[in-house]
Design a protein around this ligand. Structure first.
Ligand code: NAD
Ligand code: TYD
Length: 376
């Protein structure tokens, strides 16, 4: 058995990674540590938690006792840190929570992993470690800041974060690098572009738009809608993390992205068209569209008239675009899912999983939505 500590495994990307790893590695035991904030939901892992190879522990990555207990109870070899406050808009409202979880939580994980993995000291005084161990920090392209109309982020692009979210993720990356340089701890950092796919919490652009379309609500586009994001299907991100974890050169950073830049407005228009087409092609999806109960002629309203331009996000980064040449060249990774296929898969998943959407949005979501979009 190989033991993995997966933090944030009840969130969007973490849960997709848990599913991916359990399928791929029969001898993997995954210990999932998650605080279950608004963004984490155990329902997402309901099948995986029936598997004896997956253990769930509710707790905070900032809590040294709980993290130490995991290392005492399991021979953890790999730590993959997904746990984070991840939403830029929320970071603008409450920056401190982002520094707490994203920076101090990361340092706590590193520190306890180091204590438990250290075997002694070398002649220069550096710690020596058990073999076959690694800490992987799941980071973001947002640490590189914002691009103009041209160019790509490479691993050598200077860090230049703009939002409290990206600043906190940058802080985390720097402390990971410090553990690598100062203590020679075996680490990797991955920096990925925007993900989309199943189990994405509907506060982020794509799932929020899908939810609103089905409810016949306005689709809030920030600013003029020309901001560009580089979208990657979540499973391709999971495959990249698996490769870096097992084959990545120790101490290295790897950018992950699929050369799939799209303006937000294009994403919104494509999503409207695709939802409408799928509802017409597959009448069995119709119950997912609550707005169709009162207005069954969806052609008359499920169109671009739903789009509403709202006040721009403060400090809104204009464009992100990743150059993934390093991970492709060194580890043979490439994005397998074309955007045209991934977006259809994603929308179909939401049409088939309205129970999940209702469940994860039943808590504080309505209040958040009112506060965030009510006045705009
Ligand atoms: P998410 O918000 O969906 O999930 C985060 C998870 O972390 C949730 O399950 C939450 O309960 C948990 N969590 C939050 N604070 C915690 C704490 N203090 N202790 C333990 N658990 C805690 O986020 P996501 O979109 O799945 O992102 C996962 C990671 O990937 C994050 O580190 C994020 O910065 C990074 N990332 C995300 C994207 C993206 O497009 N979503 C792109 C690149 C990198
Ligand atoms: P988001 O999904 O929040 O990811 P990130 O800010 O981390 O890239 O937003 C993606 C893009 O969509 C970003 O440019 C902001 C924009 N956006 C909207 O236009 N309307 C919305 O309601 C949301 C949530 C985002």
């Amino acid at each position: 058995m190989s033991y993995y500590l997966i933090t944030g495994g009840a969130g969007f990307i973490g849960s997709n990674f848990v599913k991916f790893m359990l399928k791929k590695y029969p001898d993997a035991h995954l210990v999932v540590l998650d605080k279950l904030t608004y963004a984490g939901n155990l329902r997402t892992l309901k099948d995986e938690l029936k598997d004896s190879r997956c253990t769930f522990i509710k707790g905070d990555i900032c809590d040294p006792e709980i993290v130490q207990k995991i290392f005492s109870d399991y021979p953890v070899q790999y730590v993959v840190n997904f746990a984070a406050e991840s939403h830029v808009d929320r970071s603008i409202e409450n920056p401190q929570l982002f520094l707490q979880t994203n920076i101090l939580g990361t340092q706590n994980l590193l520190n306890i992993a180091k204590q438990n993995w250290t075997t002694g000291k070398d002649e220069k005084g550096y710690p020596t470690y058990l073999s076959d161990i690694k800490y992987l920090q799941v980071s973001t392209d947002e640490v590189y800041g914002s691009l103009g109309e041209t160019g790509f982020f490479t691993e050598k692009t200077p860090l230049d974060p703009r939002s409290p979210y990206s600043a906190s993720k940058t802080g985390a990356d720097l402390i990971v690098t410090a553990y690598s340089e100062t203590y020679k701890m075996p680490v990797n950092i991955t920096r990925c572009s925007n993900n989309y796919g199943p189990y994405h919490f509907p506060e982020k652009l794509i799932p929020l738009i899908i939810k609103n379309i089905l409810e016949g609500k306005k689709l809030p586009v920030y600013g003029d809608g020309t901001n560009v994001r580089d979208w990657l299907y979540v499973e391709d991100h999971c495959k990249a993390i698996d490769l870096v974890l097992h084959k990545g050169r120790v101490g290295e950073v790897y950018n992950i992205g699929g050369h799939n830049e799209k303006q937000n407005i294009l994403i919104v228009k494509l999503t409207i068209e695709t939802v409408r087409r799928l509802l017409k092609e597959y009448p069995e999806y119709m119950p997912a569209c609550s707005a169709a109960k009162d207005s069954p002629d969806i052609d008359s309203w499920m169109n671009e008239s739903l789009i509403t331009y709202v006040t721009d996000r403060l400090g809104h980064d204009q464009r992100y675009a990743i150059d993934p040449a390093k991970i492709t060249k060194e580890l043979g990774w490439y994005p397998e899912t074309k955007f045209e296929d991934g977006i259809v898969k994603t929308i179909r998943w939401y049409l088939e999983n309205q129970d999940w959407v209702n469940d994860v949005t039943s808590g504080g979501y309505q209040k958040y939505y009112e506060e965030m979009y009510g006045g705009r």
